[in-house]
Design a protein around this ligand. Structure first.
Ligand code: ASP
Length: 315
């Protein structure tokens, strides 16, 4: 029996203490802690890493504070299109969905793809059809609405931007702090099995069916019992181009680096060089956790069988 560990994130970005009210800070801490607790309970009862990851992500998707499931950002067209992926490090099985709408918990749908389809990655209408077939819970548009995300989108919907326009101060204020609010979880269960998952609404004002790194196996999400489980958050295009999550695994497998060393190279050297703002969480098969980011903050937390239980936001 090995140590068991859960690590979660709720997105990275320009998250500064001076922009935060104490109520909001408390609400974030509370949301993160609840997600840690529910997946810790799964692991403590001997549950699998996959089920622990899923449990944490369902809770974070249901929490309107985070940009995933309920509370997802708006696309150029003013709708929510969500991406999610989950991977089981035991046998490298994986499931992912992109551009799904009205699915209450995209991570549930990704798990259905992993367990009950012959495929790995489903998108758009086909993925929604599969959700209906599998009886995955759907919700009307209103369920996903949040005023904050709507205001964020209104501020840039008439531009071609899908990210921060630094010349517009008002916009900067609106975009600040919530630029990347994706949620992710990685776990090592008591049998030494690893799993990772990520779920997101993507980036505000995205268009043309843009898909980020989160649902791409190897970029935003990866798990392999031989090395690690990783979930990323940040400017997806850079994480895709650098195949960030798999790169951590490769550095560990081929170069013998530790989880912390490998993540540090990818986040603070490789991604930084291409202005890839963001971060990632990871766990290895010994249950060691790491949380690394090159932005001002990252909503994050970890809990393990050795008694560590912590949530934090800033550097
Ligand atoms: N990585 C996500 C994306 O590009 C955004 C995020 O992490 O918040 O879609």
């Amino acid at each position: 029996m090995s140590n068991f560990t859960i690590v979660i994130h709720g997105g990275a970005g320009t998250i500064l203490k001076e922009d935060m009210t104490s109520e909001l800070e408390l609400a974030y801490f509370d949301g993160l802690q609840q997600a840690l607790n529910i997946s810790y309970a799964v692991l403590a009862e001997g549950g699998t890493a996959v089920n622990a990851v899923k449990a944490a992500l369902v809770l974070l998707e249901d929490n309107v504070l985070f940009n995933a499931g309920r509370g997802s950002v708006f696309t150029k067209k003013g709708v929510q299109e969500m991406d999610a992926a989950i991977m089981d490090g035991t046998d490298l099985s994986a499931g992912a969905v992109a551009g799904v709408r009205n699915v209450r918990n995209p991570i549930e749908l990704a798990t259905e793809v992993m367990r009950n389809s012959n495929h790995v990655f489903l998108s758009g209408k086909g993925a929604n059809d599969f959700a209906i077939k599998q009886g995955v819970k759907l919700e009307p548009d209103e369920f996903f609405f949040s005023q904050f995300r709507y205001d964020q989108w209104k501020a840039i919907r008439d531009s071609d931007n899908y990210s921060l326009d630094h010349t517009n101060h008002h916009l900067e204020e609106l975009m600040r702090d919530k630029k990347f609010g994706t949620v992710g979880a990685v776990a090592c269960d008591m049998h030494g099995n690893l799993a990772g998952g990520t779920s997101t609404g993507g980036m505000t004002n995205k268009k043309y069916g843009r898909i980020g790194d989160s649902p791409m196996i190897g970029s935003g999400t990866y798990a392999n019992n031989k090395t690690c489980a990783i979930s990323c958050t940040g400017h997806g295009e850079m994480f895709i181009r650098s195949v960030a999550a798999y790169d951590v695994s490769c550095l560990m497998e081929y170069k013998g680096l530790s989880l912390q060393e490998a993540m540090d190279i990818v986040v603070n050297e490789k991604l930084l060089k291409m202005q890839g703002e963001g971060g990632m969480i990871g766990v290895d098969a010994q249950g060691n956790a790491a949380m690394i980011f090159n932005s001002a903050g990252m909503y994050r937390g970890t809990r393990n069988s050795k008694g560590i239980n912590e949530v934090s936001i800033y550097k």
